[in-house]
Design a protein around this ligand. Structure first.
Ligand code: SDX
Length: 431
């Protein structure tokens, strides 16, 4: 628990209350209001949780002003350039960078859990071919609790670990199967001779009719995209997983809830919406029209891939992703990608515009990721499933951390009630 750092004094209707304060390793101090309602008979009010710490955590730290993102203290740009996704998974899940032996054991464990129960293939066939792959992933991941009964007991540490490894290992297989099903191609089984990212590309893009050789540049870019999406503090989908887990729900149900939340265009669905927006803009000369719409209060249109609840200067992941976009497109010989040109010009124009400066709106992780995924051959409908695949380790690490908290209580927010006071039922003939 954080150390106490004095108290906050609150005066309500002439009565004074002393609320304890705690100081974190990084970030703002917190006012502990856990006893406020019992003492003062008042709630705090914070829809959207803009000023609320819902938990304590040691996994990821974000500084919105500095554009800083640390995973267990390690900066994201160092992890993206010097580490790789499964090592970052180990770091997030166990708390420290692994030794060579620990990493080899972990990678072997994940590799040997990549297949899903053969009978689960039938689940996919219950969906329409044109179902969004996120719908398939929500359904199939939730259904894992109907197959893996030996890893649903959240009170058993071994079962918690088995469920976590299964989810990290099987998510690429499920995402690839959702993709294959949507394009009418046969499922491709995972291969143990390929690394995590290469295996995913192979399961997505290989067909029985010919040999598919994974492009190492694509595999490196894929792995980096996974790393950049691995975890991100208490974002909406992670908070969904934590809230679901607080009721004692099994891990597969909790992760399925996280996938469902991530789907929204204000969250993980923004990568799909962003590329579709860039395509709709089409050419650089149409950018002013869309900038004007984004600023128009009467127009619900927002620049997808822009803005963030926490980052108010820049999203460090966007910086790395932008470098990767240039590198991948160049190395893949995708000359002057028109979408990338529109994206770069849109970023330049927006960052010079007073509206975006005043609102502190900058490109986020979703702004460039879609351009890379598109160049790699993924349809936009697969962008958010890839985000969900990568975020699974973050969700399950936060899930594990919350279950280990001896103070864990079911999450149950209250409300500011503005409805009717009590009134008597009126028979229909008297209405
Ligand atoms: C992710 O939380 C996380 O960590 C999420 C994430 C993760 O890794 O888990 O980082 C992943 O979800 C990234 C965000 C992806 N979403 C988008 O790109 C969708 C477009 N962005 C917006 O919807 C918005 O910026 C949010 C949802 C990301 C943040 O919204 P906030 O913090 O609630 O901010 P807000 O809606 O209160 O906006 C503040 C102001 C508003 O104007 P006013 O009402 O004050 O006049 O800025 C405006 C908004 O209208 N604004 C935008 C805008 N985003 C905010 N105006 C135009 N275009 C935008 N993109």
């Amino acid at each position: 628990m954080a150390e106490n750092t004095g108290t906050a004094t609150l005066t309500i209707k002439g009565k004074t209350y002393e609320l304890p304060m705690h100081s974190p390793t990084n970030g703002p101090d917190v006012i502990d209001i856990r006893k406020l309602y019992a003492q003062a008979d008042v709630f705090t009010y914070d829809p959207g949780f803009t000023s609320t710490a819902a938990c304590d955590s040691t996994i990821t730290f974000i500084d919105g002003d500095k554009g800083e993102l640390l995973h267990r203290g390690y900066p994201i740009d160092q992890l993206a350039s010097q580490s790789h996704y499964l090592e970052v998974c180990y770091l997030l899940f166990y708390g420290e960078l692994p030794s060579a032996e620990e990493l080899e054991k972990f990678e072997s464990l994940v590799t040997n859990h990549t297949m899903i129960h053969e009978q689960m293939h039938n689940f996919f066939r219950g969906f329409r071919r044109d179902a969004h792959p996120m719908a398939t992933m929500v359904g199939v991941v939730g259904a894992m609790s109907a197959f893996y009964h030996d890893s649903t007991d959240i009170n058993d540490a071994h079962q918690r670990e088995v469920a976590s490894i299964r989810l990290i290992a099987k998510m690429p297989t499920i995402a690839a199967m959702a993709y294959k099903y949507s394009i009418g191609q046969p499922f491709v089984y995972p291969r143990n001779d390929l690394d995590y990212a290469a295996n995913f590309l192979h399961m997505c893009f290989s067909v029985p009719a010919e040999t598919y050789n994974v492009n190492p540049i694509m595999a490196r870019a894929m792995d980096r995209i996974f790393t950049l999406h691995a975890d991100h503090e208490q974002n909406a989908s992670t908070s969904t997983v934590r809230l679901a887990s607080s009721s004692g729900a099994n891990p597969f149900a909790c992760i399925a809830a996280g996938i469902a939340c991530l789907w929204g265009p204000a969250h993980g669905g923004a990568n799909q919406a962003c590329l579709e927006m860039l395509r709709e803009i089409g050419t650089v000369d149409r950018i002013p029209e869309f900038i004007a719409r984004a600023k128009d209060k009467d127009d619900p249109f927002r620049l997808m891939g822009f803005g963030h609840r926490v980052y108010k200067n820049f999203d460090p992941r966007a910086k790395v992703m932008k470098e990767s976009a240039d590198e991948v497109l160049d190395l893949m010989g995708v000359e002057d990608n028109p979408t990338l040109q529109v994206a770069k010009e849109l970023e330049r124009v927006a960052l010079e515009d007073p509206y975006f400066k005043e609102k502190k709106l900058y490109p986020n992780v979703d702004f460039y990721s879609g351009i890379i995924l598109d160049a790699m051959g993924f349809p936009t409908s697969m962008f958010t499933p890839i985000f969900a695949l990568a975020r699974t380790v973050g969700w399950i690490s936060q899930w594990k951390e919350q279950l280990a908290d001896p103070q864990l209580k079911i999450g149950r927010p209250r409300q500011l009630y503005l409805g009717e006071t009590a009134r008597n039922y009126v028979d229909i003939e008297k209405r």
